[in-house]
Write a protein of this length. Structure first.
Length: 115
């Protein structure tokens, strides 16, 4: 199957917790990430077509970590194979230039499972 996404994505090989900054509650963890959006493995359903302010921490290959705060729009949801998990696609609508640069470099790192 050919991949036709506009932005390159990177799968995560470990859990990165995603926090809803409005409620200070975890909403799940990252499934994959690009400079334009993310796959969230949610622990509870999100509100369809809603806007979210999310926070998560990434660590690059050099061991540098950065906490990112991102505004995102929920585009779709689907039940995952695992009970109690929901896959949700979110499009970024507000990302600082510093956070965007970190994401771009993180996705492009050698051996990053990017697709």
């Amino acid at each position: 199957m050919n991949e036709f996404r506009r932005a390159r994505r990177r799968k995560l090989d470990h859990n990165v917790d995603v926090i809803d900054t409005m409620t200070a509650q975890s909403v799940g963890h990252l499934g994959d990430l690009s400079e334009t959006g993310m796959l969230l493995i949610a622990s509870r359903p999100l509100v369809s077509d809603a806007l979210y302010q999310l926070r998560f921490r990434l660590v690059n290959a050099a061991g540098t970590s950065q906490t990112l705060e991102i505004g995102a729009h929920e585009l779709w949801m689907d039940e995952a194979a695992a009970p109690g998990q929901i896959w949700a696609g979110l499009r970024f609508i507000d990302v600082s230039s510093q956070d965007l640069g970190f994401i771009r470099r993180w996705v492009a790192e050698p051996g990053s499972n990017a697709f």
